[in-house]
Design a protein around this ligand. Sequence first.
Ligand SMILES: [Zn+2]
Ligand SMILES: [Zn+2]
Length: 336
Amino acid sequence: MYSHHSHSLDYIAHGVDCLEDVIARANDMNFELFCLTEHMPRIDSQYLYPEEVSNQNGEDIETLQEQFRRFLVHASEIKARELPTKCIIGMEVEGCDSNHISYAKKLMEKNKHVLQFCVGSVHHVNGIPIDFDQAEWNRALEFVGNNLKTLIKDYFELQYKLIKEMKPLVVGHFDLFRLYCSKEVFIDIETGQRVDQKFKNAICAADISFADVWDDVRALAVRNLEAIASYGGLIEINTSGLRKKLRDPYPHRDFAKLAKTIIGTRFVLSDDAHGVSHVGVCYNKALEYIDKTIELDRLHFLKEEDGALKVGCIGIEDFKKAPFWKRYNEVLRKES
Ligand SMILES: [Zn+2]
Ligand SMILES: [Zn+2]
C-alpha cells in the first residue's frame, strides 16, 4: 500500500502525532511506501494560520523556516533506516501566490539532495485560506462577491500557475475548495451566487457536481488536468476528504471522471496523514470509490530504483487482492 502525502505534529502546527509515531504506524500496517511531504515554509506573515501567530514580529516566519530545516534532517534519518516501509521525501508546495511558487522552485533546487518530488497544492484563494474553517472559507467567498463559481475559477487559475511553473509530480487535493461547501451554504445553480435556502434556484453547495453544471469551471479543470497529464504529473486520490466527512475523497467523482477522459491521466493514493489514526484512513472507502464509483482499472505509485524516482502501476484486481487489506481490516476491527 502507498501514501504519497503526509505530515506530523513535529513540523506543522495542526499536526496530531509526532513523525516517529506516524511512520511506526505505516510500518505496522505494512505500507510499502509512505511519502514524507511536510509543507514548505510560507514566507509572508499574511499567510500564517491563526494557530501559527505568536505576535512576535517576524519570528513566526522564522519558526516555519526552522521547522522545515529540521524536517529535512529528520526525514533523511528515517529514510536511511531502510525500514520495511520505504520512504520517499518531498514537500507540499504552498501555492499561495506567485512569490510562493517562485520560492518553492528555489527550495526544491536548493534541497535537491533531500527532496525527491513535490506535492503541488493550493490552500489559499486571493490570500484567504479555504481549508482552515468555515468562517475563513466564507470570508474567501465574500471576497469574490459571494460567488462560488468565481471562487472556484480563481482557485483553478492559481492551481494552473502552480502546475505550469513547477510541474509538481503529484498534484494535491485537486478540488480542495469543496471542504467547506457545507450543508448550510446555498448557491444559485445558474449564477453561482450565494443565496438563501428559499431562493427558487437554490442548491446546497455540498450537492453540486461542479464539473457537470458549470461549463466555464469544467473548461478550467480540463485545462489543468491536460497540463498535468502533459508532463506525466500524478493526481492524488486524497482520503483526507473522507476523513473530514465529505462524500468522496479529493477529487470528487465529477472531477475524477473528467480526469479519466483525459489521455495520460494517472492517479495515486494518499492519506494526507497528520497523525497515527490518519495513516491509511478510509482506504477501504477509497477502494470502493476507485473500483465502483469512478471505475479505474489501475492505480499508479512512486518507487525508487537506484536512487531515481519511477512511477509504478498496479491493476485494480491485483490492488484489491493485496495482502495489505487483511492486516488493514484486522486493525480496523480491533480499534472499532
Ligand atoms: Zn494540503
Ligand atoms: Zn497536506
